[in-house]
Design a protein around this ligand. Structure first.
Ligand SMILES: NC(=O)c1ccc[n+]([C@@H]2O[C@H](COP(=O)([O-])OP(=O)(O)OC[C@H]3O[C@@H](n4cnc5c(N)ncnc54)[C@H](OP(=O)(O)O)[C@@H]3O)[C@@H](O)[C@H]2O)c1
Length: 290
């Protein structure tokens, strides 16, 4: 019985792309199951990995034994992540996804540091609430498209040659089948990313590289993904998000990370999908009334 369970565990955790699990049994001290390093030997890149969902993806990868390059744009948060992760197999890089020069430099650094990569999480993103159409400025429009759409597109272009055949990209879009007033530019930029992902999935078929997207609903992160909100605005946004979500709460960064890692490593027969992690928000499920 125990042998069967161990054999099953060995099979389940070693079937994905890379050898990722070792099971040890110490008969003298009773049955002892040691599950080491779910992602041992794997290498990954996480853009926007300094805080929020990206950081949860980074932490799960590192806990599982992966080596990770992660990026952020702000010097302060990059420095903090460097301090937090000093003892881990993490390389924290300041890299602005809106800068072609930074994307090129990131590619060179990943090549030098990791060589071939198993998974790339294109998670970075910014959102600005413009409130009404008339308030949208050209600068706000350009900023959001530069980071969320153009930056993600050219990150994939630069890193694709480094992803080993059979590897994976996971993009972070948004559960935007529903309409959120005041966020037209953000929604459009993420919809562009969703489209890029589907075309990339087709284009990478010859290399068996899967491209999927994780689409969060309302997730509790330091910024809620929205730039420049005051504490009061964030509290109101959180309350509204919980009320609009059928599961009647915000999601956690760990819940998003679990879905992203599933798409990268476990969903080996899945490509071109957008997996909603939204408590039912975009699924047409009415929110509970009591
Ligand atoms: N929170 C939500 O409810 C929600 C819902 C749906 C989708 N999303 C999406 O999920 C992703 C993560 O959101 P989050 O809430 O975890 O956000 P977050 O806590 O604000 O983290 C965003 C990450 O992206 C990085 N970033 C921002 N601009 C960048 C740039 N120009 N170049 C490189 N990195 C940049 C940030 O780096 P620094 O701050 O260190 O510079 C940070 O590491 C985003 O794509 C967001 O649009 C969020």
């Amino acid at each position: 019985m125990v042998t069967t369970v161990l054999a099953d565990l060995e099979r389940i955790w070693t079937e994905p792309a890379a050898p990722v699990c070792r099971v040890g049994v110490d008969i003298a001290n009773g049955w002892e199951l040691e599950i080491m390093s779910r992602y041992a030997g794997t290498k990954a890149v996480v853009t926007g990995g300094t805080h929020g969902m990206g950081r949860a993806i980074v932490d799960a990868l590192l806990d599982g034994g992966a080596e990770v390059v992660l990026t952020g744009r702000s010097e302060t948060t990059v420095e903090k992540a460097r301090t937090d992760l000093a003892a881990r197999r993490a390389h924290v890089v300041r890299s602005d996804a809106a800068s072609m020069a930074d994307i090129a430099a990131l590619g060179a650094l990943v090549e030098d540091t990791l060589g071939a990569v198993d998974a790339v999480f294109v998670n970075h993103g910014i959102a600005e609430v413009d409130h009404v159409l008339e308030a949208v400025t050209e600068e706000s429009y350009d900023r959001q498209f530069a980071v969320n759409a153009k930056g993600a597109f050219f990150t994939v272009q630069r890193l694709a040659p480094l992803v080993r055949d059979g590897g994976a990209f996971v993009l972070t879009t948004v559960a935007n089948d529903l309409i959120f007033p005041g966020m037209s530019v953000y929604s459009g930029s993420k919809e562009a990313l969703r489209s890029f992902g589907q075309v990339f999935a087709a284009e990478f078929l010859p290399r068996r590289i899967r491209v999927n997207a994780v689409a969060p609903g309302f997730i509790k992160t330091p910024t809620m993904g929205v730039a420049g909100m005051s504490d009061a605005e964030r509290a109101a946004f959180e309350e509204q998000g919980s009320a609009m979500t059928p599961l009647q709460r915000m999601g956690t960064v760990e819940e998003v990370a679990a879905a992203a890692l599933f798409l990268a490593f476990d969903a080996t027969f899945t490509t071109g999908v957008e997996l909603a992690v939204d408590g039912g928000w975009a699924q047409g499920i009415p929110a509970a009334t009591s």
